[in-house]
Write a protein that binds this ligand. Sequence first.
Ligand SMILES: Cc1cc2nc3c(=O)[nH]c(=O)nc-3n(C[C@H](O)[C@H](O)[C@H](O)COP(=O)(O)OP(=O)(O)OC[C@H]3O[C@@H](n4cnc5c(N)ncnc54)[C@H](O)[C@@H]3O)c2cc1C
Length: 355
Amino acid sequence: MAGISLAALLAPERSVVVLEREAHPAMHATGRSAAFYAETYGGPGVQPLTTASRDLLFSPPPEFSEQPLVSDRGALHVARQGKEAFLDALSTDFDGTGVRIETLTAAETEAKAPLLRADWRRQSLWEPGCRDIDVAGLHAAYLRQARRAGAQILTEAELESASFLENWQIETRRGRVQADLLVNAGGAWADHVAAACGVSPIGLQPLRRTMVVADLDRPVADDWPLTVDAEGGFYYKPDAGRLWISPHDEVPAPAGDAQPEEIDIAVAVDRFESAADAHVARIERSWAGLRTFAPDRLPVYGFEAADNPFFWCAGQGGFGIQTAPAAADLCAALILGRPVPHGLNAGTYAARRFR
Ligand SMILES: Cc1cc2nc3c(=O)[nH]c(=O)nc-3n(C[C@H](O)[C@H](O)[C@H](O)COP(=O)(O)OP(=O)(O)OC[C@H]3O[C@@H](n4cnc5c(N)ncnc54)[C@H](O)[C@@H]3O)c2cc1C
């Protein structure tokens, strides 16, 4: 998502080649997300990027996507009795940001989330702006836009090494590519890509997250909200009669093709069942993916140094889909030497904060 969205914006102005190691783009983090948009997700430092992405996601121009890219969901932040401080902290974090969060009573909480046990629904926070994102649709729209503007997408073209002489000499599995600028949108591999280009790693850490798709012992309504434990133990949301459940795991893992572990699947089921008056009857499938974070959990957008045409577009953590439009706008503006868009503070995300 990171690479292709930025390529789509740069291609009208520059000659762009996207190097993808796999045979198909989006087989790693982008193809494995939970597909939601929530302005609170990722914290107040990420929220300006999420909010600034809303226009494109909620009202895409027809030439970008004729299909809607989001659908109604809503998020309900809940806490077990005695853990209400987590709800207060969430509310305080977003005071004055313009993000709409409403406090719900026990009755209102029960109406929205009838599965929750009584000790989980004494109060809750309702985030009406949360949506499901059509991730494949968004990715396809950026791919179309990039190709239309002349970008070349090379698959099975792993960047193996690169060195800068008068320009970048990039050795790939499909031969040498030369470029004035190299953008590192390598997801979980971004630090490896940097090292292969002679640039010091930043300390990006991939963290594995598990998703379980479950049948319950009772019907699942499609209009249930994304229900998030404010303490960070789980979230779940309905999808086509089943429930997607995540144990909100963050297990450090090497960059690679992440697979779900039995223990994390069991934890997902256990945490869900401890909060809900329902049982998992069958696990239909599960998957895992890597969410890759910088040490301060904010994304990394910007040049390595003023005199180094190596540009970081990395560290998108658990918010790389919902922030993609604004992140691509920001990165394109920095690369093309244009004003920073959306009132964003580019310094917050600059790679130079780690140097
Ligand atoms: C379980 C889960 C749930 C999530 N839920 C959400 C959510 O609800 N909302 C949200 O906004 N975000 C969510 N995310 C986060 C989101 O998926 C990521 O932030 C986003 O997909 C990152 O995109 P990316 O392009 O940086 O990474 P990737 O999609 O991993 O792309 C990186 C690409 O770089 C390629 N690559 C690596 N090294 C090389 C090389 N040397 N040469 C060529 N190519 C290379 C890889 O093959 C890969 O295709 C979730 C993530 C997970 C795992």
